[in-house]
Ligand binder design. Structure first.
Ligand SMILES: [Zn+2]
Length: 157
Protein backbone atom coordinates (compact mmCIF):
# COMPACT_ATOMS: atom_id res chain seq x y z
CA UNK A 1 0.00 0.00 0.00
CA UNK A 2 1.27 3.40 -0.90
CA UNK A 3 1.00 6.50 1.23
CA UNK A 4 -1.56 8.36 -0.87
CA UNK A 5 -3.45 5.12 -1.48
CA UNK A 6 -3.32 3.38 -4.79
CA UNK A 7 -4.94 5.26 -7.61
CA UNK A 8 -7.82 3.14 -8.91
CA UNK A 9 -7.35 0.01 -6.82
CA UNK A 10 -8.80 -2.48 -9.27
CA UNK A 11 -6.56 -5.29 -8.19
CA UNK A 12 -6.08 -7.25 -5.03
CA UNK A 13 -3.54 -9.52 -3.43
CA UNK A 14 -5.61 -12.36 -2.04
CA UNK A 15 -2.64 -13.72 -0.09
CA UNK A 16 -2.06 -10.46 1.79
CA UNK A 17 -5.70 -9.36 1.77
CA UNK A 18 -5.06 -5.93 0.27
CA UNK A 19 -6.43 -3.84 -2.58
CA UNK A 20 -3.82 -2.43 -4.95
CA UNK A 21 -3.46 -0.48 -8.17
CA UNK A 22 -2.38 -1.72 -11.59
CA UNK A 23 1.26 -0.65 -11.09
CA UNK A 24 1.61 -2.41 -7.78
CA UNK A 25 -0.20 -5.51 -9.07
CA UNK A 26 2.64 -5.94 -11.57
CA UNK A 27 5.19 -5.89 -8.76
CA UNK A 28 3.14 -8.25 -6.59
CA UNK A 29 2.77 -10.63 -9.53
CA UNK A 30 6.56 -10.99 -9.62
CA UNK A 31 6.64 -12.02 -5.97
CA UNK A 32 4.52 -15.21 -5.97
CA UNK A 33 6.16 -16.43 -2.75
CA UNK A 34 4.54 -13.60 -0.79
CA UNK A 35 1.64 -12.36 -2.87
CA UNK A 36 -1.03 -13.59 -5.31
CA UNK A 37 -2.90 -11.18 -7.52
CA UNK A 38 -6.42 -11.13 -8.91
CA UNK A 39 -8.35 -8.47 -10.78
CA UNK A 40 -11.42 -7.20 -8.96
CA UNK A 41 -13.36 -7.01 -12.19
CA UNK A 42 -12.00 -9.69 -14.48
CA UNK A 43 -11.25 -12.60 -12.19
CA UNK A 44 -13.58 -14.98 -10.43
CA UNK A 45 -13.65 -14.62 -6.67
CA UNK A 46 -14.45 -17.66 -4.57
CA UNK A 47 -16.58 -17.08 -1.47
CA UNK A 48 -13.78 -17.91 0.96
CA UNK A 49 -11.44 -15.45 -0.78
CA UNK A 50 -14.06 -12.72 -0.49
CA UNK A 51 -14.42 -13.55 3.19
CA UNK A 52 -10.65 -13.39 3.58
CA UNK A 53 -10.54 -9.96 1.92
CA UNK A 54 -13.34 -8.75 4.19
CA UNK A 55 -11.49 -9.87 7.30
CA UNK A 56 -8.21 -8.31 6.24
CA UNK A 57 -7.89 -5.26 4.01
CA UNK A 58 -5.35 -2.47 3.66
CA UNK A 59 -5.69 -1.03 7.15
CA UNK A 60 -5.14 -4.44 8.66
CA UNK A 61 -2.03 -5.00 6.52
CA UNK A 62 -0.75 -1.56 7.38
CA UNK A 63 -1.14 -2.22 11.08
CA UNK A 64 0.90 -5.40 10.75
CA UNK A 65 3.47 -4.63 8.06
CA UNK A 66 4.04 -0.93 8.78
CA UNK A 67 4.09 -1.14 12.56
CA UNK A 68 7.71 -0.09 12.84
CA UNK A 69 8.50 2.07 9.80
CA UNK A 70 11.24 4.45 10.95
CA UNK A 71 10.17 8.13 10.91
CA UNK A 72 12.88 8.97 8.37
CA UNK A 73 11.98 6.13 5.99
CA UNK A 74 10.65 7.32 2.64
CA UNK A 75 7.41 5.59 1.70
CA UNK A 76 6.82 5.82 -2.07
CA UNK A 77 3.83 7.79 -3.30
CA UNK A 78 1.57 7.02 -6.23
CA UNK A 79 3.68 9.14 -8.58
CA UNK A 80 7.02 7.50 -7.68
CA UNK A 81 8.81 5.14 -10.04
CA UNK A 82 8.30 1.37 -10.00
CA UNK A 83 11.82 0.61 -8.73
CA UNK A 84 11.16 2.60 -5.58
CA UNK A 85 7.79 0.92 -5.12
CA UNK A 86 9.26 -2.53 -5.60
CA UNK A 87 11.93 -1.85 -2.97
CA UNK A 88 9.22 -0.73 -0.58
CA UNK A 89 7.00 -3.74 -1.26
CA UNK A 90 9.93 -6.14 -0.84
CA UNK A 91 11.05 -4.51 2.40
CA UNK A 92 7.51 -4.47 3.74
CA UNK A 93 6.12 -7.87 2.71
CA UNK A 94 9.08 -10.02 1.68
CA UNK A 95 11.62 -9.10 4.36
CA UNK A 96 8.95 -7.95 6.83
CA UNK A 97 11.29 -5.22 8.01
CA UNK A 98 8.61 -3.15 9.71
CA UNK A 99 6.66 -5.87 11.48
CA UNK A 100 6.48 -5.23 15.19
CA UNK A 101 8.31 -7.53 17.54
CA UNK A 102 6.21 -9.64 19.84
CA UNK A 103 7.01 -7.34 22.76
CA UNK A 104 5.59 -4.32 20.94
CA UNK A 105 2.43 -6.15 19.95
CA UNK A 106 1.61 -6.93 23.54
CA UNK A 107 -0.94 -4.24 24.45
CA UNK A 108 -0.18 -4.66 28.13
CA UNK A 109 3.39 -3.42 27.73
CA UNK A 110 2.69 -0.82 25.05
CA UNK A 111 2.35 2.11 27.44
CA UNK A 112 5.57 1.84 29.38
CA UNK A 113 9.17 0.82 28.94
CA UNK A 114 11.55 0.07 31.72
CA UNK A 115 15.24 -0.54 31.57
CA UNK A 116 18.68 0.54 32.55
CA UNK A 117 21.02 3.17 31.25
CA UNK A 118 24.57 4.08 32.16
CA UNK A 119 25.11 7.54 33.53
CA UNK A 120 28.53 9.05 34.05
CA UNK A 121 28.88 10.21 37.63
CA UNK A 122 29.46 13.88 38.38
CA UNK A 123 32.29 13.35 40.86
CA UNK A 124 34.26 10.30 39.85
CA UNK A 125 33.45 10.13 36.10
CA UNK A 126 32.55 6.50 36.48
CA UNK A 127 29.55 5.11 34.67
CA UNK A 128 26.80 4.11 37.04
CA UNK A 129 23.81 2.00 36.38
CA UNK A 130 20.48 3.81 36.60
CA UNK A 131 16.98 2.52 36.22
CA UNK A 132 14.70 4.46 33.88
CA UNK A 133 11.04 4.27 33.08
CA UNK A 134 9.32 5.61 29.97
CA UNK A 135 5.61 6.14 30.35
CA UNK A 136 3.52 7.02 27.33
CA UNK A 137 0.44 7.59 29.45
CA UNK A 138 2.12 10.10 31.71
CA UNK A 139 4.28 11.43 28.86
CA UNK A 140 7.42 11.28 30.99
CA UNK A 141 10.73 9.56 31.32
CA UNK A 142 11.45 8.86 34.94
CA UNK A 143 15.04 8.42 35.83
CA UNK A 144 16.29 7.17 39.14
CA UNK A 145 19.34 8.79 40.66
CA UNK A 146 19.82 6.22 43.39
CA UNK A 147 21.99 3.19 42.82
CA UNK A 148 20.06 0.24 41.47
CA UNK A 149 19.47 -2.28 44.21
CA UNK A 150 20.96 -5.70 43.70
CA UNK A 151 17.52 -7.25 43.99
CA UNK A 152 16.48 -5.84 40.61
CA UNK A 153 15.22 -8.69 38.52
CA UNK A 154 16.15 -7.60 35.01
CA UNK A 155 19.90 -7.34 34.99
CA UNK A 156 21.35 -7.89 31.51
CA UNK A 157 24.93 -6.74 31.90
ZN1 LIG B 1 -0.22 1.05 -6.00
Amino acid sequence: MLKLSHLNPEWASYRLGIFICLNCSGIHRNLPQISRVKSLRLDFWETDLIEFMKKHGNLCAKAKYEAKVPPYYYIPQSCDCLVLKEQWIRAKYEREEFVATRICQDPCSAGTREGFLWKRGRENRQFQKRRFLLSAREGVMKYYTKEVSSSARVDRR
